[in-house]
Design a protein around this ligand. Structure first.
Ligand code: ARG
Length: 476
């Protein structure tokens, strides 16, 4: 029997049910749906809409449904359109007529908005922890890298030497912004829509403030129309995950390049690489490639939902059901990519000799020569031209740069010392730069930042009402 059998009769066509059902994916909201229902019925009882006995019967029925779902004993019916109808049907089977009071003053419109906020708040918090774990992996490797250096690139052309630690932490700081964004999104979504009803609230004496408090939200909605139609929080979550995915993609791309024979900067651990079904000699960076590849679909999930939302009039429209699959997909994919990449980074073998050899060429110190001239009063533009001319001469006439510098009246043997391998990187002294002293400072600041972020994230752990649904419940 459908929920709307009173108005429409019971003849919903099979194709309509098949087309419109969301049960296959929204069953992963089961734990959140049950929590929202518990808070809702407690609210109804405080409003005097349920007797103590009815409240207890409903809570006991919700607990039983919870157990059945967790144990995999819950029997879904072909008429369950979504997780909300499935739970309500089963509660009514268990609690009889009292079950019919569960949906008092509530609509699936405020219900789904509530469930999805609970889910997103918890899952984004979990993702933030995983980002932190990846940052910790970068930190450990940066600390281990000591004063090892490699070429820094612009335009993928060797530019200036940088410490490996500096390079690794560059990714760490990008991830810190991802955490910032995720936490800001979580904070903005921390609003309870429950009590908005279908769109306009209720004639019944509901208590949305206390229901919101019970669910650990910072507060209730201000406008019932907005409460049931707002999916900004899903879009923001998808954006945060897409940009995080782009960062993971760039890390992945670098690991792909670094692990080529041409670069040879990294050898991936066997556990984080894959072989070829045909070519016996191959060791492939599939984890890094998938981290790169998944970002495409994360971006697609974001743009798809934006397109779904753009033409919708207020308030709830069934189109909004299309918010869930992209959200679940992005959460799941990022949730898989982060620990895989953290493992790859933690176990990678960085080839220090190869990196230093690549960064040891005399031309890598070209700007140091120019700055050496600047320190002796030569305008930078002029110094740039002098050194540029010498590099060009060296290439065209096939004369070592060192020789030309030694012979140059403004430079000479003192300047040649700058070109020795490993010298240039030690000359980067400014705050935030790539040399040993500033990188030591940077590591301290990064450690402090991780500490701050760890407690910022932990604040949201405490807010989670329940642990996530068990994989059995989430799986079909
Ligand atoms: N499955 C629906 C969704 O995800 C739940 C809300 C249904 N509301 C309705 N008026 N049909 O949006």
């Amino acid at each position: 029997m459908t929920l709307w059998h009173g108005r429409l009769g019971d003849g919903t066509a099979d194709v309509v049910m098949r087309f419109s059902t969301s049960l296959e994916f929204d069953r992963r909201l089961a734990a959140d749906d049950l929590d929202a229902s518990r808070a809702h019925v407690r609210g109804l009882s405080r409003s005097g809409l349920l007797t103590q006995d009815e409240l207890e019967r409903l809570l006991a029925a919700l607990d039983q449904v919870d157990r059945e779902l967790v144990d995999g004993d819950f029997e879904f019916s072909s008429e369950d359109e979504d997780i909300h109808t499935a739970v309500e049907r089963r509660v009514t089977e268990i609690a009889g007529d009292t079950g019919g009071k569960l949906h008092t003053g509530r609509s699936r419109n405020d219900q789904i908005a509530t469930d999805l906020r609970l889910y997103s708040r918890r899952e984004l918090t979990r993702i933030a922890h995983q980002v932190l774990a990846l940052q910790e992996a970068f930190l450990v490797r940066a600390e281990e890298a000591g004063e090892g250096y490699l070429p820094g690139y612009t335009h993928l052309q060797r530019a200036q030497p940088v410490l490996l630690a500096h390079h690794l932490l560059a990714h760490g700081w990008a991830l810190a912004r991802d955490i910032d964004r995720i936490l800001a999104t979580v904070e903005r979504m921390d609003v309870s829509p429950l009590g908005a009803g279908a769109l306009a609230g209720s004639s019944l004496p509901l208590v949305p403030d206390s229901v919101s408090e019970e669910l650990g939200f910072a507060g209730r909605f201000e406008n019932s129309l907005d409460a049931v139609s707002d999916r900004d929080f899903v879009v923001e979550a998808l954006f945060d995950l897409a940009l995080l995915g782009v960062h993971l993609s760039r890390i992945g791309e670098e690991m792909v390049i670094w692990s080529t024979e041409e670069f040879g900067f990294v050898v991936l651990d066997d556990a984080f690489a894959t072989g070829s079904s045909m070519l016996p000699q191959k060791k492939n960076p599939d984890v890094a490639e998938l981290a790169r590849g998944k970002s495409g679909r994360l971006i697609g999930n974001l743009t798809g939902l934006l397109a779904t939302l753009k033409g919708l009039p207020l308030s709830y429209n069934r189109d909004l059901q299309e918010d869930k699959e992209p959200l679940f997909d992005s959460i799941e994919q990022v949730g898989l990519a982060l620990p895989a990449l953290a493992g790859l980074i933690s176990t990678a073998h960085f080839e220090a000799d190869r990196m230093e050899e690549a960064a040891g060429g005399a031309a890598m110190a070209a700007v140091d020569l120019a700055e050496w001239l600047v320190e002796r009063g030569i305008p930078f533009r002029q110094a740039h031209a002098v050194v540029g001319g010498l590099v060009r001469d060296s290439i065209e006439r096939r004369v070592p740069l060192e020789e030309l510098i030694a012979a140059h009246p403004a430079l000479g043997t003192e300047a040649v010392a700058l070109l020795a391998p490993g010298v240039a990187v030690t000359r980067r002294r400014t705050p935030g730069s790539a040399g040993p002293a500033p990188v030591r400072k940077q590591i301290e600041r990064f450690v402090a930042r991780l500490d701050v972020d760890r407690s910022r994230i932990a604040r949201w752990d405490d807010r989670a009402v329940v642990p996530g649904p068990s994989p059995d419940v989430a799986a079909h």
